[in-house]
Design a protein around this ligand. Structure first.
Ligand code: NCD
Length: 309
């Protein structure tokens, strides 16, 4: 058995065999083949979400996962916390650590917020990056890989086409660090203004039809309007974007492609409503799997994964 990192900050923090072990555990949870350790109120772990940005999928799937594994779940609210009195994030985290939080799940708009909490002198609770600025969102990439591997049992999936707001997407950045390690090829499709100069070694397609013909699965990234600080907003007219870089049901059905999206999506921008409501759109399967994968992550972080049935 391998150790699991105590700060899960990047998709690179897990070795390939740790990812495989994690997925074995997620699969046991999915098939109801896992027996939890005995818990009482005093020995149950405490898991808290610390979200300084909005979220539906990530926050509530972690909350559900925490409750399902029998932990005490705390939903930290900024609005009525001392952060509003000017207390720092570090001091707030140190306080939660002292109160006995075992795992803190953190989302914020600050790039690489957790990097200074690896080997921190006072904060020793486990930390999970649930999205930091435009940097990474490792647990989303993990549940996406889990979903892709599940799909591979029914369909040949080798090349993933990643399209959208690559430069501002923390999900995209984590996927690019994870998918190629598991036998998947990733190719990209995006307008110039969304190309990330830091993304190297991946092929960009210029033509939408050639891109669709080259891939086995389309992964759409949301246009992250709230993060477009330096971008001329007029560049992204939603209708133009949809025509040139978005995808319709008719285009996708021609190529019979599964479509993934981390959600939330912009209807009429990345995709049309008919595609969202079609059999090709797998975002709800991703959400369903997110609970198993996040339960497995929490159990691994708590070192409780040996209680196998
Ligand atoms: C992502 C997020 O919020 O970072 N969504 C998610 O976690 N399910 C992607 C996004 O914002 O587009």
């Amino acid at each position: 058995m391998t150790s699991f990192p105590s700060v899960l900050d990047s998709a690179l923090d897990l070795r390939d065999n740790e990812v495989s072990e994690l997925f074995r555990l997620a699969n046991k949870l999915q098939n109801n083949e896992f027996v939890l350790p005995q818990r009482n109120s005093l020995n149950a772990p405490v898991i808290a979400t610390f979200f300084l940005e909005n979220s539906t999928r990530t926050k509530y799937s972690f909350a559900i996962a925490a409750k399902k594994i029998g932990a005490h779940y705390i939903d930290f609210q900024i609005e009525n916390s001392s952060l509003k009195k000017g207390e720092s994030i570090e001091e707030t985290m140190r306080t939660l650590n002292a109160q006995g939080v075992n795992v803190l799940i953190v989302r914020s708009s600050i790039n690489q917020l957790l990097s200074c909490y690896k080997n921190h002198p006072y904060i020793n609770m486990k930390l999970i990056n649930a999205g930091d600025g435009v940097t990474e969102h490792p647990t989303q990439a993990l549940l996406d890989l889990y979903t892709i591997l599940e799909l591979q049992k029914e369909k040949k999936i080798k090349t993933i086409g990643l399209s959208g707001d690559l430069i501002h997407s923390r999900v995209g950045h984590s996927l690019l660090k994870l998918l190629p390690r598991f036998g998947l090829t990733v190719t990209l499709f995006a307008p110039e203004y969304f190309k990330d100069p830091k993304i190297k070694d991946f092929k960009y397609h210029q033509n939408k039809n050639e891109f669709l013909a080259d891939i086995d699965l389309l992964y759409l990234l949301r246009i992250q309007f709230e993060r477009h600080t330096n971008l001329d907003a007029t560049l992204i007219d939603p209708n133009n974007y949809h025509r040139e870089y978005g995808f319709t049901y008719d285009e996708i059905s021609k190529f019979d492609l599964p479509v993934m999206h981390p959600g939330p999506c912009n209807i009429g921008v990345e995709l049309d409503e008919k595609l969202l409501k079609s059999k090709f759109y797998l975002a709800h399967k991703q959400v369903e799997n997110s609970v198993y994968v996040r339960m497995a992550i929490l159990l691994k972080m708590l070192g409780e994964n040996e209680f196998l049935a």
